[in-house]
Ligand binder design. Structure first.
Ligand code: SAM
Length: 245
């Protein structure tokens, strides 16, 4: 998997790539990330990337030419071109799973008042938003995207289970976790976790996962794969599932 990120402030992303899991993924060559300065695609001596909006109004808009030139020179067969925008599809684990099989992604980071609409119309495959709020630029959104995408690329997270067990992966929130000491300030960890009985532990974790999803994000239960046992357990919590009985 290789990702080209096009931005007028690529240095915002540089430090982020060097650390932790993402840094290791890049070192191991499981993931390649290239930072592209939009100004390198301007052609002119002044390297101008923005201009005032037609029709008036505040702020500046990123010009179509440099962004289109960047996409045209970076694109290959099978590339996925993403525009980061608050108006896009909300980023989710499902979107990331779909994107994790791509070999090449180009991400376009907007700034100021956004990007000339003709870029989205002619060069972009998907518009992605990281949430219903407005950032000053796409760089932080690009960091959020690649950090969460990297976890899904084979070989990046050492123990595969820690990805498939993550919240949202199977449409449920993850069960609570505890570590040493077993008793802290009189707060004991649930006894079952110290029992060594793997079947009991697995069942306890599944039930806690169902319970906290029901309490915190009941909407997720709509698309979760639930066994008959799961549904019976949810019923005891007061969840009314259409498929029970
Ligand atoms: N005027 C635009 C609008 O109202 O839709 C917002 C422009 S915003 C200040 C500048 C850039 O930040 C956008 O072009 C986009 O690349 C990025 N951005 C802002 N919020 C974002 C979000 N929630 N998700 C992804 N990118 C975002």
């Amino acid at each position: 998997m290789e990702i080209d990120i096009v931005s007028i402030f690529p240095e915002i992303i540089t430090g982020f790539l060097g650390h932790s899991l993402l840094g290791k993924a890049i070192d191991k060559k499981a993931l390649g990330v290239n930072l592209r300065n939009l100004r390198d695609y301007t052609g002119g001596r002044h390297r101008v990337v923005d201009d005032v909006p037609f029709g008036g109004g505040p702020g500046m808009v990123l010009k179509p030419g440099p962004l289109m030139k960047a996409v045209d020179s970076l694109k290959r067969d099978g590339s996925l071109v993403i525009l980061l925008t608050p108006q896009g599809t909300l980023l989710s684990q499902d979107v990331l799973k779909r994107h994790s099989s791509k070999e090449h992604i180009i991400m376009l980071c907007g700034r100021y008042e956004g990007v000339d609409e003709r870029v989205a119309e002619t060069r972009v495959d998907e518009e992605i938003s990281i949430g219903d709020y407005v950032l000053s630029g796409g760089e932080v959104a690009a960091c959020v995207y690649i950090d969460s995408l990297a976890r899904l690329i084979p070989g990046v997270v050492g123990d595969g289970e820690s990805v498939t067990g993550d919240s949202f992966y199977g449409s449920l929130l993850k069960h609570p976790q505890y570590t040493r000491p077993a008793d802290y300030e009189g707060l004991a960890v649930p006894a079952v976790l110290l029992s060594g009985n793997h079947a009991d532990i697995a069942r306890w974790r599944r039930e806690r996962s169902l319970e906290r999803t029901f309490r915190k994000r009941p909407d997720l239960l709509e698309k979760a794969e639930l066994s008959r046992e799961d549904r019976s357990f949810l019923q005891t919590l007061g969840h009314r599932s259409k498929e029970v009985n």
